[in-house]
Design a protein around this ligand. Sequence first.
Ligand SMILES: *Cc1c(COP(=O)(O)O)cnc(C)c1O
Length: 378
Amino acid sequence: MTRRPRIYLSPPHMGGREYELLTEAFESNWIAPLGPHVDAFEREFAQVVEVQHAAALSSGTAALHLALRLLDIGPGDEVLCSTLTFVASANAIAYVGARPVFIDADPGTWNIDPRLVREELESSARSGRLPRAAITVDLYGQSADHEPILEACKEYGVPVIEDAAEALGATYHGHPVGGFGRFGVFSFNGNKIMTTSGGGMLVSQDGEAIERARFLATQARDPAPHYEHSVVGYNYRLSNLLAAIGRGQLEVLAERVEARRANFDAFLQALGDLPGLEFMPEADYGRASRWLTCLTVNPGTFGADREEIRLALEADDIEARPVWKPMHLQPVFASCRVRGGEVAADLFARGLCLPSGSALSASEIERVVSIVRRCHRP
Ligand SMILES: *Cc1c(COP(=O)(O)O)cnc(C)c1O
């Protein structure tokens, strides 16, 4: 039997003008972590996400790290963080020597629970030890419920960093995600909705802060003809070649969102009748990008658990992944405080991310669907 090609979870999808722009960058000889494509990418990106300023960086993780540095967070400080996320959100807190305090997810959105954010702020205010910032995550292409979070954080003077790495193209009350907190963070890693192979963006309405981010991202060189440094900096800028790819990807972002949403609708259509499968809900406050199509499996009613389905897919060379393992269950953060945690733990225990690439074909979807259906035992 001829082997069919592997179906990946979320592979890169070129197809616009990326190659043409990359060639142009090459021919101009701006083969460096600066250049006209970096400047243009920042301008165009800021426009798309409706923010004033953007700094193109080498990764989303670098953007998170710089956001925390810009807020002057350091050893001994606490930072609230969604527990249901990719490790990068929490790692950045550790980079600056601060401690994450994890907050559980809301079962209706899978995002950080605004009521628990307020509870944690109230209780830390009572003990006289407020967190220095809060990192919210727009999970799997869905915006967090920013209004109540921002309201609570404002009351206590706690700045918000919006980790929108998974949700470029999604909206909240009609506005693009990423611009709601003091800083917004995006990623152009290979599996995200748009990619530059690797890269990230830090955005803000605060132009001085973004200027400072560019300074810190280029080894914090003070103005002088020689190399003069008064603070510790990083080598975090995005290459001009990769920025050229990013500009091409940005041109087709809206199409990519529609394709990912269509994947979700197709899976829902084809699997929605099966008992014990529940798709990630879409909150009525916004429009999700459906970066990944995620569902939970109730083994009692479905007749198989998440791992059985994942392994059956893998046996047919189809990549599916468990939902993120919450940060409060990770050995590296075992000693950190968590408020709640049961919702995220349950989503991890029963949650599955299906192949969700924007170039996924109808026949590939059918291949996934038939295997999931075969796992069902009434
Ligand atoms: C991908 C991702 C990041 C990190 O992005 P990189 O560009 O890979 O550093 C940060 N936060 C979340 C929630 C992500 O999914």
